[in-house]
Design a protein around this ligand. Structure first.
Ligand SMILES: Nc1ncnc2c1ncn2[C@@H]1O[C@H](COP(=O)(O)OP(=O)(O)OP(=O)(O)O)[C@@H](O)[C@H]1O
Ligand SMILES: [Mg+2]
Length: 807
C-alpha cells in the first residue's frame, strides 16, 4: 500500500505541464478533508468529468468514506465493474456489443483488448489489480433504481412520514421540507400549479403541516383522502370551502389518485426504505457506495426523486455530530436543470441548503456539469474546489473565469486571468485545472486511470445482472420488550375493576392488538428506574432506563422481580383509565396494600442494583467506548469517523513539523543555487534545463503546495546536474555542488523520517481492524433512582397456548 493511502489523501492524477503538453511525475494528491467545502467539476462532453469524479469516489471508498450518488445518465454504475484479475473473461459480459461491432471485433476479442487496455492504463498510473481488490473490499456497492425493479427499488412510502426531531425542531427546515414535498408531489402528479402561491400547493402544505407538527405520519392515500376532507376548517381567514371548493378539491384528489393507480407506480412503494443512514452504511457499519440510477425515469419523476433524496439527506445530516473531517459524499452528475440560476425547481432549495450547511457535518457535495452557465451563481460560490476541463464556448469560459476570479479575490490569492484563460482553451481531455481554496493557487493535472471499467451507460438488463447476486441488506432491528405469556388458568375475570386498598395506585397499558374478543386485564407490577452508567476511564456517563413488569401471583411470593420481563414503556406512557369493555382478572387476595407496595418498591431498587449491568464495547486500540444502548453498527460508524478525525489531525501535525525543516532546507538550497549559477555563469556554462522533480518523493506530494514549493527544489537539483555535465573542473562549482548534494541528502532523510511516521499512523487509526472488547458498567447504589412501582393492568388475549400480551 502506498503511504499516502494511510493519510486520507485522494490520488487523482499527476501534475500536467501545459508547455510540454505532458504529465509530469508529480502526484496530484487531494486532502480528503478539503472536500467538505464541496467540489464542482465542469468541462465539455468527453473532457473526462465522469472519469475524474469516479476516481474521486474510488479514492473515497478506499478511505472508507461512504457516498450517495445520483446518476442521471447511467454511467456511474460503472463503479461496480471492478475486476481485480483484469482478465478478458471478466470483461466479456460487460463490454458494449455495439462498440465491439463498430471495431469489427467479436465480443470476446474486444473484451480481451479492453482488459489489456485497462491493465496497461492502470499500470501507467502506478495501479494494479491489487488496488482494484482493495477498492472492491472497502465498501458495499449497490445500484438503486427508484420506480423500477431493474436494480434495487427504493420505497418512498416513508417519505411522507413525519420528519425526525432534527428537522421537526427547526422551523425553517420543517417549512422547507413541507414546501418541497408539496411541490414534488404536485410535480409528480403533473398538476400545473404555481409552487407556493397556488391553492393546491397551500392545501397540501397545510395537510402535511398539521400531521407533521403533531408527529403523525402520512401515506399518499391518506393525503388524497385529506384533500377531500381536510384536517382544518379555515385556511388563513377564509373558510375552507370558499378558499378551495369541495368539487375542485375532488379534481385534485383525482389527479393524485390517478398517479397512485397508474401502472408501475406500485414499484415506488417497494424495496428498501429511502433511509439515508442505511444507504450510507451496511449492517455492520461498513461504508456503502449507493448509486441511485434515475436514467429510466421521466423528467418530473427525476425531479421528484432527487428533491426527495436531497431533503432526506439534509434530515440525516442534521442528526450527525459536527466534524472537520470528511464523513460522507453526495455526488450528482449532470446537474444542469436541477440547479438553474433563475428558476426554482424543487431540487434547488435542498441543494443550496446542502452547499451552505453540509460542511459542518463533514458531508462533501460533488457536482458535475457540461454547462456552467446553467448553474446558480450563489451556489457555486460555496464550492471550494473547482475542477475545470476543456470548455466549449467562450460564454462557459467567461462564466468560469468570473467565478474563479471572485473565489481567488475572496481567498486573497493572486489571479492571472489571461494565463488561466489560455490554459483552459488548450486543455486536452482528462486534463483539468484544479482550483482548491485550501491551496495556494490553480494546478493543472491529468486524471489518473480509473480502477472501474468505464464502459459507459448500463442498460436495465445489465443493472439487473449486476444486482441479482447481491446479498440483501440485513435490516437493523430494534428489540422491543413485552410482558411474558401467562398460563390460561388466569383467564377468569370480573367485569368491574377490583376495589383497591387506600394508597395503592393503578394504571393501564393501552390495548395494542384487538383481535378476538377474549381480552382480559391481568394484574402486574410495573417498575421503572433510572441508573447512571458512568465510567470516567471510558468517558461514559449516561442515564439508563429500566422498565419491567412482573406478574402479581397468588403464590407465597406475590412479586418476584427475577421473573420480570423488560417492557419499553415509560411512566408517562401509562394510562390512567382502562377500556370499559375489558374485564379484569382477579387480584390475589390480601397481597396488595400500602405496606407491600413499599416493600416491593424497595425490592425493586435492590433488584436493579443486583441484576442490571450495561454491556459496552471498547475499541481495543483507541480505547474509545460505546455509549450505553449504542449498537455495534453505530459504534463502528462512529469509530470510523473518530479515527478519520484523529488521522487528519495527525497529518496536520506532521505538516507543521516538516514545513519549517523543508523551508530551511529550501532556503539553503536557494542560496547554494544562486552561488552555483554565479559560478556557472563565470565558467560560461551551457544553459541549464530539464527538470527532475522533488514532487515524486512522498514529502513533495504530501506537502503539496501548502508549505513548500516543489518546483524550486526541482530546479536546484537540475542545475546541479546540468552544471555537473559541463564544467566539472571548477572547484567553486564543485563546492556548490557538494552543498546541494548535502541538502538533497538531508531532504531524502526527511522523506525517510516521514515514511516511518506514516507507517505508525496506519496502525493507530485503522478503524476497520479494531477489535471490540466487552466491558460491563454496573449501577452504584446511590445513583439508582426508582421512579415508579405500581399496579398496572396489562391486556392479555386468550389463545390456544395460553394468554399472550395484547398491549
Ligand atoms: N480517468 C479515466 N480513466 C480511463 N479512461 C477515462 C478516464 N476519464 C475518461 N476516460 C475515457 O474518456 C471517455 C470520456 O470521458 P468521460 O465520460 O469522463 O467524459 P465526460 O466529461 O463525463 O463527458 P459527458 O459530459 O459527455 O458525460 C470515457 O468514456 C473513457 O473512455
Ligand atoms: Mg459524464
Amino acid at each position: 500500500m502506498r503511504d499516502f493511502e494511510k493519510l486520507g489523501q485522494f490520488y487523482l492524477g499527476r501534475r500536467y505541464d501545459p508547455q510540454q503538453k505532458q504529465a509530469t511525475d508529480d502526484l496530484l494528491l487531494y486532502d480528503s478533508k478539503d472536500l467538505v467545502t464541496h467540489a464542482l467539476c465542469v468541462g465539455m462532453t468527453g473532457s473526462g468529468k465522469t472519469g475524474l469524479c469516479l476516481a474521486l469516489m474510488e479514492e473515497a471508498a478506499i478511505d472508507a468514506v461512504p457516498a450517495l450518488i445520483i446518476d442521471p445518465k447511467g454511467d456511474l454504475s460503472n463503479l461496480l465493474l471492478t475486476f481485480p484479475a483484469l482478465t478478458a473473461e471478466d470483461f466479456t459480459p460487460w463490454v458494449n456489443a455495439d462498440d465491439a461491432r463498430r471495431n469489427g471485433q467479436s465480443e470476446a476479442d474486444y473484451a480481451a483488448a479492453q482488459a489489456a487496455t485497462w491493465k496497461q492504463g492502470l499500470a501507467a498510473w502506478g495501479q494494479d489489480g491489487e488496488r482494484i481488490a482493495r477498492l472492491k473490499n472497502a465498501a458495499e456497492f449497490t445500484i438503486y433504481t427508484p420506480g423500477s425493479t431493474a436494480g434495487v427499488p427504493l420505497s418512498i412510502l416513508k417519505s411522507f412520514a413525519a420528519p425526525d426531531a432534527a428537522i421537526a425542531g427547526d422551523p425553517e427546515l420543517l417549512r422547507n421540507r413541507i414546501q418541497t414535498t408539496a411541490t414534488t408531489l404536485l410535480g409528480l402528479a403533473a398538476v400545473d400549479a404555481d409552487p407556493l402561491k397556488s391553492r393546491e400547493h397551500i392545501l397540501i402544505a397545510t395537510i402535511l403541516q398539521s400531521a407533521w407538527t403533531a408527529g403523525r405520519d402520512l401515506t399518499l392515500p391518506e393525503i388524497i383522502q385529506q384533500i377531500q376532507t381536510p384536517p382544518v376548517a379555515r385556511i388563513g381567514v377564509l373558510d375552507l370551502d370558499s378558499f378551495f371548493p369541495a368539487s375542485d378539491r375532488f379534481a385534485l384528489a383525482m389527479a393524485l389518485n390517478n398517479l397512485l393507480a397508474a401502472p408501475g407506480f406500485d414499484v415506488w412503494m417497494q424495496g428498501e426504505p429511502l433511509d439515508i443512514g442505511r444507504l450510507l452504511y451496511g449492517a455492520g457499519g461498513k461504508p456503502r457506495i449507493s448509486i441511485c440510477s434515475i436514467a429510466h425515469l421521466g423528467d418530473a419523476e427525476r425531479m421528484f426523486f432527487v428533491s426527495l433524496l436531497l431533503n432526506q439527506t439534509i434530515g440525516w445530516m442534521r442528526s450527525q455530530p459536527g466534524t472537520t473531517s470528511l464523513r460522507a459524499i453526495v455526488y450528482m452528475d449532470e446537474i444542469a436543470g436541477y440547479f438553474p440560476p433563475v428558476a426554482n425547481p424543487p431540487a434547488k432549495a435542498p441543494l443550496l441548503t446542502l452547499l451552505k450547511q453540509a460542511r459542518a457535518f463533514g458531508v462533501g457535495v460533488v457536482l458535475a456539469t457540461q454547462n456552467p452557465v446553467d448553474l446558480d451563481y450563489k451556489g457555486l460560490a460555496n464550492c471550494g474546489t473547482w475542477f475545470l476541463g476543456r470548455l466549449q464556448t467562450e460564454r462557459d469560459k467567461a462564466r468560469v473565469l468570473e467565478g474563479l476570479e471572485s473565489a481567488a479575490t475572496t481567498a486573497g490569492q493572486a489571479f492571472d486571468r489571461q494565463s488561466i484563460d489560455e490554459t483552459l482553451s488548450s486543455l486536452p481531455s482528462r486534463v483539468f485545472v484544479m482550483n482548491n481554496v485550501h491551496e495556494d493557487g490553480p494546478v493543472v493535472f491529468e486524471t489518473r486511470w480509473t480502477l472501474s471499467y468505464l464502459r459507459g451507460p448500463l442498460g436495465r438488463e445489465e443493472i439487473r445482472r449486476l444486482m441479482t447476486d447481491r446479498e440483501a441488506v440485513t435490516p437493523v432491528a430494534t428489540p422491543a420488550g413485552e410482558p411474558p405469556p401467562l398460563p390460561a388458568s388466569r383467564a377468569a375475570a370480573t367485569a368491574a375493576p377490583p376495589v383497591l386498598p387506600a394508597g395503592v395506585a393503578q394504571y393501564f397499558l393501552p390495548v395494542r392488538s384487538s383481535s378476538g374478543t377474549s381480552i382480559t386485564y391481568q394484574p402486574m407490577i410495573y417498575g421503572f428506574a433510572q441508573w447512571r452508567c458512568a465510567d470516567s476511564k471510558l468517558k461514559v456517563d449516561a442515564l439508563v432506563d429500566v422498565g419491567v413488569v412482573t406478574p402479581l401471583s397468588t403464590g407465597p411470593v406475590p412479586v418476584d422481580w427475577n421473573g420480570s420481563a423488560p417492557i419499553d414503556i415509560k411512566p408517562a406512557d401509562l394510562e390512567q383509565a382502562g377500556d370499559p369493555e375489558i374485564a379484569f382478572a382477579a387480584l390475589p387476595p390480601n397481597a396488595l396494600n400500602a405496606k407491600t407496595m413499599a416493600a416491593w418498591t424497595k425490592g425493586f431498587g435492590a433488584w436493579v442494583y443486583g441484576s442490571q449491568s450495561m454491556e459496552l464495547m471498547k475499541a481495543a486500540h483507541s480505547g474509545v467506548a460505546s455509549a450505553p444502548g449504542e449498537s455495534e453498527r453505530d459504534f463502528r460508524i462512529r469509530l470510523q469517523q473518530t479515527s478519520r478525525e484523529g488521522r487528519d489531525a495527525m497529518v496536520e501535525k506532521l505538516r507543521r513539523k516538516y514545513a519549517p525543516k523543508i523551508a530551511a532546507a529550501q532556503e539553503r538550497l536557494r542560496r547554494a543555487q544562486q552561488a552555483l549559477e554565479r559560478e556557472a555563469e563565470q565558467a560560461n556554462a551551457q544553459k541549464l534545463q530539464t527538470a527532475i522533480s522533488f514532487g515524486t518523493t512522498l514529502l513533495g506530494a504530501f506537502m503539496g503546495r501548502k508549505a513548500v514549493s516543489a518546483s524550486t527544489l526541482g530546479r536546484a537539483t537540475t542545475a546541479m546536474r546540468g552544471v555537473g555535465r559541463t564544467v566539472k573542473e571548477s572547484q567553486d562549482i564543485g563546492r556548490a555542488q557538494e552543498t546541494i548534494a548535502a541538502i538533497e541528502q538531508q531532504l531524502r532523510q526527511l522523506d525517510d523520517d516521514l515514511h516511518a511516521e506514516i507507517a505508525g499512523i496506519e496502525a493507530q487509526f485503522d478503524a476497520s481492524t479494531e477489535t471490540l472488547e466487552t466491558v460491563a458498567c454496573k449501577p452504584k447504589k446511590t445513583t439508582i433512582n426508582v421512579q415508579l412501582v405500581a399496579l398496572v393492568w396489562v391486556p392479555y388475549a386468550a389463545g390456544p397456548g395460553g394468554l399472550s400480551p395484547a398491549w
